[in-house]
Design a protein around this ligand. Structure first.
Ligand code: G
Ligand code: G
Ligand code: MN
Ligand code: NA
Length: 255
């Protein structure tokens, strides 16, 4: 496959870019978290979305090198931001189900890198989706425990879209729920999505999880979420995902 070969050279040829989108603390407006979002600058096609190339990366096995690259870059930046911006700065990384469940993959390389750069695991959040926990194999459980032992935190991405069973929230140690942007989109006082969001926030807090609302695009959505007790917001209202140098400059302006 042509694009798969291109992807192989993209890793070596420095065509991958890491974008960051701020995650804003709603109570204070402070940024001390960000989501890393991968981009591929294809020499002919321009920016290729991860929705397009992550599946290719998975089927070709290149996802291992790509995931490692995302981790190494994120680690380098979060180390800097913990030093210069906020001592508890966190970067969250997406892990697709295939990536998370791949045979033989462990997080040993990550843990070694954390030790080498003297960064605590708490600097990293791994975003996984609900489906992974529903039919959790012992391998999934073991990997979650390995992350946990290293202090790395876990967020449930796209929450509310996948499955109706909530029992796994008790079974696994999860730190954050990310309310899917399909709920945020239609937020209005007394709307059904408002009721659902409020219920999710109350439930999460009772279980000891913090809540991040995705897809916040208007001040009204932000205010309704803040009033409902939502901890963090992420979305175009605050900023779009941006190249890391640009995000770094934005953070420097905050301190
Ligand atoms: O930012 P954007 O809308 O293009 O992201 C599209 C999808 O790609 C999202 O579902 C996001 O989770 C996923 N994605 C972004 N970066 C990464 C990455 O580094 N690894 C994996 N596995 N998925 C990613
Ligand atoms: O699947 P995941 O939640 O990781 O993907 C996040 C995606 O949502 C990213 O591709 C990002 O570009 C996109 N995104 C971030 N903020 C907004 C927003 O306010 N509105 C919309 N429509 N998409 C957003
Ligand atoms: Mn995500
Ligand atoms: Na999401």
């Amino acid at each position: 496959m042509r694009l798969t070969n291109d992807l192989r050279s993209a890793i070596k040829g420095e065509q991958l870019r890491l974008y960051f989108q701020p995650i804003v603390e709603l109570g204070t407006g402070i940024i001390h978290k960000a989501e890393a979002l991968l981009r591929w600058e294809h020499p002919q096609r321009g920016l290729v979305s991860p929705l397009e190339f992550i599946p290719l990366a998975e089927s070709s096995g290149l996802i291992v090198d790509i995931g490692q690259w995302v981790f190494d870059e994120s680690l380098r930046w979060v180390r800097r931001w913990r030093e210069h911006v906020h001592p508890e700065f966190q970067v969250s990384l997406n892990q697709s189900p295939v990536e998370f469940q791949r045979e033989g993959g462990t997080y040993d390389v990550w843990l070694r890198a954390l030790r080498q750069l003297d960064v605590p695991g708490q600097a990293i959040v791994v975003e996984i989706t609900e489906g992974l926990l529903l039919d959790a194999s012992t391998m999934v459980t073991d990997k979650l425990l390995q992350l946990r032992d290293a202090g790395i935190q876990v967020a449930l991405d796209d929450f509310g879209t996948g499955y109706s069973s909530l029992s796994y929230l008790n079974k696994f140690d999860i730190d954050y729920l990310k309310i899917d942007r399909s709920f945020t989109r239609n937020l209005a006082p007394d709307s059904s999505d408002m009721a659902l969001s409020e219920a999710i926030i109350v439930m999460a807090h009772k279980l000891g999880l913090d809540v991040i609302a995705e897809g916040v695009e208007t001040p009204e959505q932000r205010d309704l979420l803040a009033a409902a007790g939502c901890d963090f917001g992420q979305g175009y209202l605050f900023a779009r995902p941006m190249p890391v140098e640009e995000f770094d400059a934005l953070l420097q302006a905050q301190v």
